[in-house]
Write a protein that binds this ligand. Sequence first.
Ligand code: ZN
Ligand code: ZN
Length: 153
Amino acid sequence: MQNALIVLLSFVGMEMFTAVFHRVVMHHLLWVIHRTHHVRESDGPFEWNDVFVLFFTTSAIGLIIAGLPDGVTVWIGSGIALYGMTYFVVHDMVIHRRFLRMPRPTSGYLHAVYRAHMAHHKHTTNHTGEAYGLLWVPPKYWLSSQKRRSQGA
Ligand SMILES: [Zn+2]
Ligand SMILES: [Zn+2]
């Protein structure tokens, strides 16, 4: 039970950490790498921005291995890994339709996530930005999602 709570807290913590990391590191210090996700320059299946996936995956695996068999970092690493997998499915497969070309969400929670992330992608410089998080959708994007649907878009 306690371990499940650590996994859950790590998952929630990752959403908060990612929002700050995305804003401070990816849009400033390492914008040269993250830019490849905002300004598409090649048609290949990968972009330089994917090194961030490698970084988080390695961190999660490292934490799990360091804590084996049942140390606290096993559960922290599992929460990070679970968040990473969720992020990959929602951000890469559903929103950007990489690899599987899943259908675009047209209603509900995923549509609000999609609208918020598209607002984030409107910015192609590192100086301006919005909606740095992913799974937590600020209220204004829920409203814009509902408005779009009532207009039939
Ligand atoms: Zn970004
Ligand atoms: Zn994106």
